[in-house]
Design a protein around this ligand. Structure first.
Ligand code: GLC
Length: 582
């Protein structure tokens, strides 16, 4: 059975290669450059066994829906055994499926059923840390003489107070936790329930590579690598350079031997299996990305960055006359910089995932009348940019932030521990809650909205996280047969992308860079030219991108009607998106 699924994956690969026609560009074609990835958060997609938690059988039952979207691959957030301190990002057994999600047979079936629909399967690889309930850590923490002690990173108490390291989720903010039986502190960049693995130890690395082979032998097609930029640490723990990285976290992505480990992993696992890899580029800057993804370096296929979230959170509007709550000019510059920075590598593009709020709420508007238009505009952006789009489930319906009001509504360790920390520090918890309503991760984790029945068709019982009350209006069933729905538009846009290989592989050039409300760019390759004009604001806007449009053909647009192009000026209505073929 194992052999069959590997053969199947191989067949998928060959079928795609055969479909290639000569597009002249510098980029070597690859299935994952042409693919649209669809991210499924398993807890929230479909419950099949009435426990209020999504599961593998639930996913299988919805695979036709996924196939009909036109996407090519699914990325599943962790489905492994876990006490769920961080919803599966704390793994207690790398080779077991969490009973909440089903059995290994269910998993094998999911891979088979996905492949039967030409959907590849990508798993989350969480190897910066394990759960504190992983047998390695249970043994390690029991005694300094445990053979697993050196699987983790420790600071012996006799050396005094450990050097400062910050933690993402710890209520006290520190990444060290004292462990009495060993009289030492262990390192945890995330919560204390997620101790960091010691990659300096070759046994750790070979255990991880074996585990990766275990899943690849089952027929999966690749990995999304969690916090992969954080894995390398100097075991002497020098004081970090506060000028180089004032927040400390940026230093985490520059650990010694990081690229040596990634190259080794490539040589040991990724290359022999010809499998796909995308890394989560926590704290990686555009100046560093090429080192991860340039093909000659033989590390990862792609790395995704946090640029869009940073621009959204950290910039202010571009001045007079814009209604956009952040700097669109900065957003454009950021994407343009990253596009160039990958060098001979390939970009990854996304605007939302399980760690971010809903993209329509953050970059568009979820107000009635604007939600659909802006969701379609953002889809146009993701599907016409250079780079592989990572699409988050439910964004094809325009699912929006739930905006919880009370701390008890939240499940997420990030929000809950952040709140506790602020309480200790005497900070403004009300302000924190208002911010979390906009940026909290649970906004993206509410159950998928399938239909207008109770619990949105996600489950027959009360789900683990509240369903967004907008589900009677916003759901897949309602959009399925509506030719003007966000869902229908998404399918059209995916098809458009698929049918235009020159758009996929063509170059990207930013136009009208200083425009405060319109993002316009040119995609050019194989003798074809596409001009994309996107109004990111809720008011009418103009752009003068340059090319004469008189003979342009309108290839894709998100309003039901549109005037024929003329001259050089493009007038766009609120959140209007137009793709011209020049
Ligand atoms: C990554 C995951 C996030 C998780 C964290 C710790 O950022 O995407 O969900 O909490 O790593 O594993």
């Amino acid at each position: 059975m194992i052999k069959t699924s590997r053969k199947k994956a191989g067949a998928l690969r060959d079928e795609r290669s055969a479909a290639r026609t000569g597009v002249s560009n510098d980029t070597e074609p690859a299935w994952w450059k042409e693919a649209v990835f669809y991210q499924i958060y398993p807890r929230s997609f479909q419950d099949s066994d009435r426990d209020g938690v999504g599961d593998l059988r639930g996913i299988v039952s919805r695979l036709d829906y996924v196939r009909d979207l036109g996407v090519d691959a699914i990325w599943l957030n962790p489905v492994f055994a876990s006490p769920n301190a961080d919803n599966g990002y704390d793994i207690s057994d790398y080779r077991a499926i969490s009973p909440e999600f089903g059995t290994m047979e269910d998993f094998d079936r999911l891979v088979r059923e996905a492949h039967a629909r030409s959907l590849r399967v990508v798993l989350d690889l969480v190897v910066n840390h394990t759960s504190d309930e992983h047998p390695w850590f249970l043994s390690a923490r029991s005694s300094r003489r445990s053979p697993y002690y050196d699987f983790y990173l420790w600071w012996a108490a006799e050396r005094g107070t450990p050097p400062q390291r910050r933690s993402h989720f710890d209520p006290a903010g520190t990444a060290w936790r004292y462990n009495p039986p060993t009289d030492s502190y262990y390192l945890h960049y995330f919560s204390a329930r997620q101790p960091d693995l010691n990659w300096n130890n070759p046994h750790v690395r070979s255990e991880i590579y074996d585990m990766m082979r275990f899943w690849l032998d089952k027929g999966i097609d690749g990995f999304r690598m969690d916090s992969i930029s954080y894995i390398a640490k100097d075991p002497s723990f020098p004081e970090l350079d506060r000028t180089a990285c004032p927040d400390l976290f940026s230093c985490y992505a520059r650990g010694p031997r990081l690229h040596e480990y990634l190259h080794e992993m490539n040589r040991e696992v990724l290359a022999p299996y010809r499998c796909f890899s995308v890394g989560e580029g926590s704290a990686v800057t555009s100046g560093e990305v090429a080192r991860f993804v340039e093909p000659g370096r033989q590390e990862l296929d792609m790395l995704y960055h946090f640029g869009a979230a940073e621009v959204r959170n950290e910039t202010t509007p571009d001045g007079e006359g814009t209604d956009i709550p952040y700097s669109l000019i900065a957003l454009k510059r950021m994407f343009t910089r990253w596009d160039a920075a990958v060098g001979q590598g390939w970009p990854a593009i996304y605007l939302g995932n399980h760690d971010q709020p809903r993209m329509v709420s953050r970059f568009g508007s979820d107000e009635p009348g604007l939600r659909e238009l802006s969701a379609k505009m953002l889809a146009t952006f993701l599907l016409t940019m250079r780079g592989t789009p990572f699409w988050y489930m439910g964004d094809e319906l325009g699912m929006a932030n739930i905006r919880f009001r009370r701390i008890d509504d939240y499940d997420d360790i990030d929000t809950r521990n952040g709140y506790i920390r602020l309480q200790h520090e005497g900070g403004d918890t009300q302000l924190f809650l208002r911010e979390q309503a906009e940026v909290g991760r649970d906004n993206a984790r509410t159950p998928f909205q399938w239909n207008p029945t109770t619990y949105a068709g996600f489950s027959e019982v009360r789900p683990w996280l509240r369903v967004n009350p907008d589900y009677p209006r916003v759901n897949a069933a309602a959009q399925e047969h509506d030719a003007h729905s966000v869902l229908a538009y998404f399918r059209t846009a995916v098809t458009f992308r698929k049918q235009h290989r020159n758009l996929i592989y063509g170059s990207y050039r930013l136009l009208d860079a200083d425009n405060k409300r319109v993002y316009a760019y040119l995609r050019e390759g194989g003798g074809e030219r596409y001009l994309v004009a996107l109004n990111f604001s809720r008011r009418n806007a103009l752009t003068l991108p340059g090319p004469e449009l008189g003979r342009a053909r309108i290839a894709l647009h998100n309003y039901p009607d549109i005037a024929a192009p003329a001259g050089r000026v493009i007038e766009l209505r609120p959140f209007e998106a137009v793709v011209y073929e020049l």
